[in-house]
Ligand binder design. Structure first.
Ligand code: NAI
Length: 462
């Protein structure tokens, strides 16, 4: 049989497997789900297309989905985030995977297309940033002769359109058929979730969606504590720069911004924050960070990190003002937070993979990380296993919910119920020796909960 995968080097599988074995010891939530549901195989019949960074942690997620009975095909959701040994281990295990660190954009969309190629088509999507959902919906619109949805990462638009055209020519009607048999999508990240709510508001969401990002045990942990560990890891692996004493600017103080600012402060940098939201700006100030305008610090700071999920945050006029050898990077989902396209006519010197030095017209140089793509996954290995276990336990619960109870859901965006959020947290306590206080029935009644939880009302914000 022809090989049904694209990886850098299948010989890396042994190395990948050893790291997966270690990761499993740090991913108690996923391992508990294997234990609890492995025999019943609740995902039997599910054909899941996954579009999410192909890392060691994701490999453990994939094997959990398989252990629960699913057929899985996988692509990475970013051209730089794949860990080639993880992809090799998954390919060797027999699950088709299409991902290489440093793949081109055209390959990226081709690989995503291949991850859809189940014999009978997929019936569930597990998405990170929304590319897999976007691909199906844009293709179906194109088949209906409608304008396709504008793409947030606009420079990719031509590549995506070309890939859609290719598929339409090869298999007429394919996108519409796939769209109609998808039972639902679970979405990993803030940016992808924003896209889903937009589709829902416009009445264009054709299947139910579970917003995994806004499980408390996802965004308040992965986005925050994950970035707290992986941001500085990425900057160090890329540049080996001394962090202590440097002035770092974090654009955005949402969950990722909070973790990023803490990461840099923990490494001894003097951190300043920019924000558009008065609540987050006040939080930043009361956490001890000076809240500034980018324009006022752009010529004096050493390190600039975008965390906003917004576009054009660091623009060409900012980069022109930066001092020599300023480091510029993004940890938000898409690369359009930094105006990288406007640097194309400048002199680029590649230092090593995912690290470039760019000369500005005034003679100053900047160091750009991962060409503006999320640097914790481009320059380092993303978040540690333990925090990804919480995120991915939510993902597996969401997939099970969509597969076994999908008919109960309308074509809307949902978050998982609080008792499942609490379950995810609970599964991670033992590994770090946390002891929970048991409420007496009287105490529980006094604060209006039951001793088993949920412990908070829906409006509670953590
Ligand atoms: P969030 O919505 O909690 O925070 C974003 C913040 O940026 C908001 O407070 C907003 O007011 C602020 N903001 C927007 N435009 C701004 C501007 N022009 N200047 C300054 N501040 C601005 O979102 P969250 O969860 O922090 O996610 C941010 C991005 O990071 C998203 O794209 C998300 O998908 C991505 N992400 C990346 C991860 C990684 O490992 N690299 C992990 C989790 C999320």
């Amino acid at each position: 049989m022809a090989k049904d995968y694209v990886v850098k080097d299948i010989a890396l599988a042994g190395y990948g497997r050893k790291e997966m074995d270690i990761a499993e010891t740090e991913m108690p939530g996923l391992m508990a789900l294997r234990e609890e549901y492995g025999a019943d195989k609740p995902l039997s019949g599910a054909r899941i297309v996954g579009s999410l960074h192909m890392t060691i942690q994701t490999a453990v997620l994939i094997e959990t989905l398989v252990a629960l009975g699913a057929d899985v095909r996988w692509a990475s959701c970013n051209i730089f985030s794949t860990q080639d040994h993880a992809a090799a281990a998954i390919a060797e295990s027999g699950t088709p995977v299409f991902a290489i660190k440093g793949q081109t954009l055209a390959e990226h969309w081709d690989y995503l297309d291949r991850s859809f190629m189940f014999e009978d088509g997929p019936n569930l999507i597990l998405d990170d940033g929304g590319d897999a959902t976007l691909y199906v919906l844009m293709g179906a619109r194109a088949e209906a002769g409608e304008d396709i949805i504008p793409v947030p990462q606009s420079e990719e638009e031509e590549v995506i359109k070309a890939q859609i055209k290719k598929r339409m020519e090869a298999s007429p009607g394919w996108f519409t058929k796939v769209r109609d048999q998808i039972r639902g999508v679970s979405e990993e990240t803030t940016t992808g979730v924003n896209r889903l709510y937009q589709l829902m508001r416009e009445g264009r969401l054709p299947f139910p969606a579970i917003n995994v990002n806004d499980s408390v045990t996802k965004s308040k942990f992965d986005n925050k504590y994950g970035c707290k560990e992986s941001l500085v890891d990425g900057i160090r692996r890329a540049t080996d720069v001394m962090m202590a004493g440097k002035v770092a600017v974090v654009c955005g103080y949402g969950d990722v911004g909070k973790g990023s600012a803490a990461s840099l402060a923990g490494a001894g940098a003097r951190v300043k924050v920019t924000e558009a939201d008065p609540i987050c700006a006040l939080q930043a100030a009361m956490d001890g960070f000076e809240v500034v305008l980018l324009e006022d610090v752009v010529s004096s700071a050493d390190i600039f990190i975008t965390t906003t999920g917004n576009k054009d945050v660091i623009r060409i006029e900012h980069m022109r003002e930066m001092k020599d050898m300023a480091i510029v990077g993004n940890i938000g989902h898409f690369d359009n937070e930094i105006q990288v396209a406007s640097l194309k006519n400048h002199k680029w010197t590649n230092i090593k993979d995912q690290v470039d030095m760019i000369e500005m017209p005034g003679g100053n140089r900047i160091i750009l990380l991962s060409e503006g793509r999320l640097l914790n996954l481009g320059n380092a290995t993303g978040h540690p296993s333990f925090v990804m276990s919480a995120s991915f336990t939510n993902q597996v619960l969401a997939q099970m919910e969509l597969w076994t109870r999908g008919d109960d859901y309308e074509n809307k965006v949902y978050v998982l119920p609080k008792h499942l959020d609490e379950k995810v947290a609970r599964l991670h306590l033992g590994r770090i020796g946390v002891k929970l206080t048991q409420l007496s029935p009287e105490q529980a009644a006094y604060i209006g909960v039951t001793p088993e939880g949920p412990f908070k009302p829906e409006h509670y914000r953590y």
